[in-house]
Structure formats: C-alpha cells, structure tokens
Design a protein around this ligand. Structure first.
Ligand code: KIV
Length: 284
C-alpha cells in the first residue's frame, strides 16, 4: 500500500485543521505492516515493549539495544506513518551529551524519524539540545511510566489544581524547548482539554479525554492481545488473544489426532522413485 510519509508538518497541520491524529504502538514487522495498512498517522515503537512483548514488569529494564532492534523491524513494514522511537529509561537522564548520542543512535540505527522522551520542565534543556542537533522530539507528560514509582505508581496525574498547573507548565516548557507534539497520559479530561488549548502543538492523549488533538493506545490493548491488566482508558476493539489461543488449541488437537497434516499439506513423491528407494533400503 503506497502512502506518503507523514511528516512533522502534517502532524501540525492536523491540529491546525481540527483533524484528530491517530497513533498506535508497534514493536515488530507484522504490527508495523498492520498499522501502515490501517493508515494511522503515527506509530510509536514504545518502551511498553518491555511489558507487552518482553514480559517485564515495567519499562525500566528496556535498553537502547532493545529499542533499536524493534524499531528497525517496525520500519521495514511501516512505510507511511511517522515512526517515533521511544528513548528508554536512563538513555537521556544521565546527561545532555548521552541524550543526543542515544537519540542519534535510535534515528541512525533504528531508522525512525523522530524520538520521544518522558519529562516536562526538568527535561526542557535536554529536548532543546536534541532538537538543535536536528532530531524532532515528541514530549510525554502526565503519567510517565519510566518514573511511575516516583509518582506513587500507575496513577492518574494532575487531580488537584497545583498538580494540574504543573502539567500545564510542563507542556509550555516543552513547547518552548521545541517539541513538535506532546503525549499526555492519565489526566482528568478537563485538564487534557486545557493543555490542548494552551499549546499550539498537537497534544495526543492516552487517558486524557476526548478534547485533545489525537489519541494513542498500545496496540496489544487495541487488539486484546495482552490481558495482564487493562487500564481504564483502554478500549479493546477485538479479542485477538482468544482467537490465537483457539487456533493453537485446534492445531494441538489435530496434531495429536493425526488430522494435521492432511494430504493437501503434504508433498507427493513419484511412485517409481518410492519403489526404487524401498529397494535401496537395507533389510531390517
Ligand atoms: O511506551 C509506550 O507505549 C508509551 C505509550 C503508552 C504512549 O509511551
């Protein structure tokens, strides 16, 4: 399916035109291809990879090597949507120098167009330096899973006025630092609306209500492929896990009952060749 690559300018135009942006995660070639075929605007190779693909408890164990490996696979299948590479924990937190080097690695070796990192006011100078180095940056504020333990767990953020004001300050600081868009996670819907109205750049929500500039979900949640936990903000559009499990059980059953493979899945051998072969076999 041919499709022009979605650019940073297209993403801004969507907000300017009042068109909602559609974003989803992907972690490998088949999911990248699916997201491409569905014609979403943006694909995030998120560090949620750690949980939904690698079986980790959280995202802090995800490394640059994991992200480069999986980003490369998504890029092979996903030609139209903009691809965002997620900077893993401690790849940008240690110094601005490390942040630029690692953002460069993700773009050069992973093949994504832009990167995403978590953090607000405290990471504005890091964002500014990466943007100055020529790499577009997407921000991520509200609930930031990499530092969820410091936030008291995977909890809704910005519930009181002071915490909400901090999130608005974070969004403003990121916009001033040069991010081209912001992910806003797990905040009350009225705060989501306020943040989207405050900044000119697109605000893409995940658990931030409907009045933001677009939505992002983890693809395993959309498809119903991950059932360890399902956050309140998730809508499962299918139960692919159930379909996969039914198929695997049927396969197992048919192998045990010698119903698979059938003649249609088996290769024939010319009768003369088989006869000849039998004659060549040593007597038992
Ligand atoms: O890693 C990820 O999947 C994310 C989304 C939840 C936005 O950061």
């Amino acid at each position: 399916m041919a499709m022009e690559k979605v650019s940073v300018l297209d993403v801004q135009k969507a907000k300017d035109d009042g068109r909602k942006l559609v974003m989803v995660t992907a972690y490998d070639y088949p999911l990248g291809l699916l997201a491409h075929e569905a014609g979403v605007d943006i694909v995030l190779v998120g560090d949620s990879l750690g949980m939904v693909v690698l079986g980790m408890e959280g995202t802090v164990g995800v490394t640059m090597e994991h992200m480069i490996h999986h980003t490369r696979a998504v890029v092979r299948g996903c030609k139209g949507p903009m691809i965002v590479g997620d900077m893993p924990f401690m790849s940008y937190n240690t110094s601005i120098h490390d942040a630029i080097v690692n953002a460069g690695r993700l773009v050069k070796h992973g093949g994504c167009e832009v990167i995403k990192l978590e953090g607000g006011v405290d990471f504005a100078s890091t964002v500014e330096a990466i943007v100055k180095a020529g790499i577009p940056v997407m921000g991520h504020i509200g609930l930031t899973p990499q530092t969820a333990s410091a936030l008291g767990g995977f909890k809704i953020q910005g519930k009181d006025a002071t915490a909400a004001k901090q999130i608005i300050d974070d969004a403003r600081a990121l916009e001033d630092a040069g991010v081209f868009s912001i992910i806003l996670e797990a905040v009350p819907a009225p705060l989501g609306k306020l943040v989207a109205e405050t900044v000119r750049i697109p605000v893409i929500g995940i658990g931030a209500g409907a009045d933001v500039d677009g939505q992002v979900l983890v693809i395993h949640d959309v498809l119903g492929l991950f059932d360890r936990f399902v956050p309140k903000f998730v809508k499962q559009y299918a139960n692919v896990r159930k379909i996969m499990l039914e198929a695997l059980n049927e396969y197992k059953q048919e192998v045990m009952e010698v119903k698979f493979p059938g003649p249609e899945h088996s290769f024939k051998m010319p009768a003369e060749a088989l006869e000849q072969l039998k004659k060549m076999m040593p007597d038992k």
